[in-house]
Ligand binder design. Structure first.
Ligand SMILES: NC(=O)c1ccc[n+]([C@@H]2O[C@H](COP(=O)([O-])OP(=O)(O)OC[C@H]3O[C@@H](n4cnc5c(N)ncnc54)[C@H](O)[C@@H]3O)[C@@H](O)[C@H]2O)c1
Length: 507
């Protein structure tokens, strides 16, 4: 195979540099690993050999191929040894001046055609390239940790980067077995930008006292299919990493309200409750395993009241059938009787607003999230309002738990939990398309591979309905008056026209 770069230097032999060196060697390139810390490059090479020995032991690499790979990598100590390289990838500390200094020095050593790539996660590629006499040869080449398993790379064009350089890097990524996605040089590129909705909206929900961390996690896993809840994910990454990223992207986008971080993580970071690594985060990890409080069992009231369902409930016909199948008496009058449990099923609105607008008795009104088809979800979510009577809340809980399905009862929230979080994710992704950060297809690939979401955010929006997403956001804006929920023009137009969120305008 003709490899795009036959001699690759990787500078910085830490977690990322080692992974990039491994993939470059596996793609067929000769690899030179360098680090400013004495012995670090040698240790990096030793760890690569171990990786390949493991692959050999598992039968995934024959002895000849392993030996060829080991022979293809070596540690170097001086820049001059990199003179023949046609690609240099830097994975040193995340510091603009250090990266600029490195590239400036490199430019005086390597050939004019050598491509200089940066693995930066948060710095501007354009700003790094500014150090060079030939900025057109510099691009972002952003891998994810652990590099061999996270099979996606963002190829980022700085202001002056040549298209040819990006094309060669994208081709090299494919030779590594990774999927290359193209991003504009914007804060967070694709993955770290698209990932802003999940944690920040979950933190807002927790911050409003709607539900505890474990309940929010359970709801998002069971209703929307996320593998990890937002708080489990924050514990895994560690707040020392995630809180500064939240702050950095928020400030880099000039205090865009959609990315507003939370005082919850700021305070926990200050307390040193970082997550798994400190044994305490949103959960406790006394012996390394996550401890979460048991869910309370459903109450068992003696009698269930009749149920009156608002004419404006989302998926009303399905809700009527569900309540009927669960064995409740359904009231059919135009208004509820004086004893009825009153059910509302809003999109984006909170239960309080619906009770007030529809002039319902708030003490007997409970909301249920019907955005997702009941058959497609493993959990039902009910919300009270501040006036809901405890016996009515318990009756609703008991009713919806009758067939054994999990039920969470939360406090009032515009759009419950799932509607809000999904709408935040979809809206941010839509706006990335509007701003042409990347193509819709690359956005979907980057997010599913880089964040492990059940679907790409645009597919998620299509699944729940672009028009529903729009309605959720409009109503969230009414409830909270927060520009955080203003819909992106991309979503607004596609939602209004009934188009797919993947739809691109003709050239
Ligand atoms: N860790 C991640 O999850 C991740 C993911 C994507 C991108 N990145 C980016 O990759 C880069 C490296 O991250 P990492 O996690 O591998 O860091 P790391 O701390 O594990 O490794 C950095 C290595 O670079 C060396 N180094 C520092 N300054 C140097 C210099 N001037 N010249 C040569 N070597 C130098 C250090 O000795 C160290 O071995 C950073 O820019 C980071 O933002 C990290």
């Amino acid at each position: 195979m003709n490899v795009n770069f036959s001699k690759t230097a990787v500078i910085g032999a830490g977690a990322m540099g080692r992974g990039i060196a491994q993939m470059a060697a596996q793609a067929g390139s000769e690899v030179f690993l360098m680090d400013s810390l004495p012995g670090a490059a040698e240790r990096g090479i030793a760890s690569l050999s171990e990786q390949w020995d493991k692959l050999h032991a598992k039968g995934k690499l024959d002895a000849q191929a392993r030996d060829a790979l080991v022979a293809r990598v070596r540690a170097v100590t001086s820049m001059e040894e990199l003179v023949g390289c046609d690609l240099v990838v830097e994975a040193i500390i995340e510091d603009l001046e250090a990266k600029r200094q490195l590239f400036r020095t490199l430019e005086s050593v390597v050939a004019p055609a050598t491509v200089l790539a940066t693995n930066t996660s948060s710095l501007s590629v354009t700003a790094i390239a500014k150090a060079l006499a030939h900025p057109e040869r510099c691009a972002g080449f952003h891998f994810f940790n652990p590099v061999p398993l996270m099979k996606v790379v963002e190829v980022i064009a700085g202001f002056k980067t040549s298209a040819e350089v990006c094309g060669r890097l994208a081709g090299f990524a494919e030779q590594m077995g990774h999927k290359a996605v193209r991003a504009q040089d914007t804060p967070g590129f694709i993955v770290n930008h698209a990932g802003r909705g999940y944690g920040t909206e979950a933190l807002r929900i927790a911050g409003e006292g709607v539900a505890d961390f474990a309940t929010i996690d359970r709801i998002l896993k069971d209703q929307a299919g996320f593998r990890l809840g937002p708080f489990e994910l924050l514990d895994l990454t560690g707040l020392d990493v995630s809180h500064p990223v939240m702050e950095s992207i928020y400030h880099q986008y000039y205090e865009e309200p959609r990315f507003r971080p939370s005082v919850i993580t700021a305070q926990r970071l200050a307390a040193g409750a970082l997550g798994r690594k400190t044994g305490e985060g949103f959960y406790r990890y006394p012996d390394g395993t996550q401890q979460a409080a048991e869910e309370p069992p459903a109450p068992k009231p003696e009698v269930l009241p009749g149920v009156w369902i608002s004419p404006r409930a989302a998926r009303r016909a399905e809700l009527i059938k569900l309540v009927h199948d669960l064995g409740a008496q359904i009231e059919t009058g135009a208004t509820p009787s004086t004893t009825a449990l009153i059910l509302v099923a809003p999109l984006g609105f909170d239960v309080t607003t619906v009770a007030a607008v529809e002039r319902l008795d708030a003490t007997r009104t409970v909301g249920i999230d019907m955005m997702i088809d009941d058959a497609a979800t493993r959990r039902r979510v009910l919300a009270t309002n501040p006036a809901t009577r405890v016996d009515i809340r318990d009756a609703a809980h008991a009713l919806f738990a009758r067939d054994g399905k999990a039920v969470s009862v939360i406090r009032d929230s515009g759009g419950f939990v799932t509607q809000r979080v999904v709408a935040a994710i979809v809206n941010i992704a839509a706006d990335m398309c509007q701003q042409e950060v990347c193509s819709p297809a690359d956005l979907e690939t980057a997010v599913t591979r880089g964040l492990g979401y059940p679907q790409g955010p645009l597919a998620m929006g299509n699944l729940y309905g672009p028009t529903n997403m729009l309605e959720v956001l409009f109503n969230l804006q009414t409830v909270y008056g927060d520009p955080r929920y203003r819909p992106s023009p991309w979503l607004r137009r596609r939602g209004a026209l009934g188009l797919s969120l993947m739809h691109e305008e003709e050239a």
